[in-house]
Each structure stands twice: as C-alpha cells, then as structure tokens.
Design a protein around this ligand. Sequence first.
Ligand code: SAM
Length: 332
Amino acid sequence: MDPRSEVLLRQADLFAGPLLLAGAPADGLLAQLPQAQAWSWNAADHGALAGRFGGRCHFGTEVPAGSFSAAVLFLPKAKDLASYLLDALAARLGGATLYLVGEKRGGIEGSARLLQGYGAPRKLDSARHCQLWRVDVATPPAAPVLQALAQRFSVAAPGGALQVVSLPGVFSHGRLDRGTALLLEHLEGLPGGHLLDFGCGAGVVGAALKRRYPDSRVSLLDVDAFAIAASALTLEANGLAAELICGDGIDAAPSGLEAIISNPPFHTGVHTHYAATETLLRKSRQCLQKGGEIRLVANSFLRYPPLLEEALGNCQTLAEREGFRLYRAAKA
Ligand SMILES: C[S@@+](CC[C@H](N)C(=O)[O-])C[C@H]1O[C@@H](n2cnc3c(N)ncnc32)[C@H](O)[C@@H]1O
C-alpha cells in the first residue's frame, strides 16, 4: 500500500462520514474506507481504481458532484496544481474538514502553508516519510475557474507562430520545453495518414502537426485530464480540430498509425518512471502501419536507441542540441 494511504489508515477513525479522496493512489485504500469515493485526473490511476471499486470513482478536472463531510488531497507534484485542487475542494467544504497528505520529499511541509487561507491548519501525523495535515474550513474560497489559471504563450512552429494554452500541473506549464522546441523544428517529411502525439501535454506538438498536415487525422493522447483540457484549449486557440484521448499509454491509442511523434514521459510524481515510454517503444511495431515511423525527442542520457533498434530494426539520430536528441525509426 502507498505510504500516504498507510498514514491515513493510522487515523481511520477520523474518516467516518462521506469522504472524498482526491488524487488517491491506485491501491486498496478504498477497500479499507467503505464510505469514501475517489477523484482522479490520471487515467491510469482511475482505470485501476474503477476496475476494483466501480461507481465510487470519478474522473476529470473538476470536483465531482455530491456532498462530503471531509476530503483528503494527496499532494500532487506541481505546486500550482495543488493550489487549484485545494481551492476547488475547500470551496465545497465550508464548515467541514480538508486534509492534506504527502511525502516529505514531495514538499508536504511547505504545501501545508496553503491551508492557512481556509482556517488554522494542524499537523496530525508524521510517519512513513509522510505527513498528514488537517484544516477545518472556516473561510471557504470562491470556487476556482480552471481556465482563468491558464497560461498562454506563443511558439515558433511550421507555418508560423502557434498559441499554446497550458494549465496547472501540465508539463512545462507556461513555457516551451527545449526538447519540444527541437521536435517542432523537425516535423517535415512525415508520412501522410493517421498521426499520434503521444504524451501531448498542452498539445503543442499535436497542434503543430494538425496545422502542418491539415488533411491527416491527428490524435493527441495523454494520461492526465489537465493535459487533455489544456490541449483542447490550445487547439481551439489556433482554430484547429483533432482527436483527444485521455488514456494510459500506447494501449489507449487507435491502431494503424502512420507516425507516432512524441516528447515522451520519463517522470511520474516524485519518482522517475520510464515504463510508459519503454512500452511505447516495445509496441511501436504493432501500432505502426508498414512504412510508418516513430519520431521522438529525449534527454541524450536516456537509452532509447537500443529499444527502438530491437523493436523496428533501425534508429537514426536526426538532430542533437542542449542535451536532447531527436530519434527516428521506421517500420520497413
Ligand atoms: C515530456 S511531457 C511532453 C508534453 C508535450 N508533448 C510537450 O512536448 O510539451 C510527457 C507527457 O506524457 C504524459 N504521460 C505520462 N505518462 C503517460 C502515460 N502512461 N500515457 C500517456 N501519457 C503519459 C504526461 O502527462 C506528459 O504530459
């Protein structure tokens, strides 16, 4: 069980009424707290929880409907996302209790200060390298409007400047990642047909693809509901339309792709995690049409070429800059 869940269960008698677990890990906590419901914005966690606990699990960027006597936020990595989620929960909990649990190395001590806006926070427990905080919500904030927290910026892309709209918690919020910039400079010569932006974040690559290849079907896939919401805003800001898929890994993608273009994930929460990218590379042969290709940018130290060579029998380095490499591998 996740150590944050273990810390909650040490205080299980506090959670007798209807409880919302926001950002709960995909473990057995819901089995121990039968009065609790879960709210996830990560499709992998949601899929795992819904498989076990069905209708007790909600998915999306907004607090689910219903009335709760308390909510627990599992502290996310991004501070601005934590701030949005705490405001969204506290806005619904006037006179009720909001808990915050997180790992010390994830910054729980500092983030607990965010609770001061709603009442007088208290640390309830510290164990398993985690802390649990509580605040009785005396002064609920106004419910935050997610779109009002969007950051907008412009990037150079094939065909001219592209407007990017990003949201709290989304990769490279408010600025263009240097790896993505390198990828945007190398979108020429892709095969026509169905193109996938794998791990689309705020949708910058997918939007650039749709503009450069307007006749191609373009899909944008991400595990994070906030990324998909940001991608929808980015497409709209540029007058583009494409398919948005919120799902876990390449298994959630449509089949018969002509090209997979990606700045793929390598961090999950506070842990380094390559599984989604390794699975993508390993399954690339199955996902691509004959003559199709995968083009991806990654930190130079990541050992992706051997995986691509194993999967597709080739791997070319198209460009290299500032610690990033752009790889291309084709299905013969
Ligand atoms: C390095 S970021 C790139 C974002 C965007 N393409 C860009 O270049 O700005 C990788 C993205 O992959 C997403 N991701 C992580 N795990 C995933 C998974 N299992 N399935 C799909 N997307 C995932 C993350 O949410 C993140 O948005």
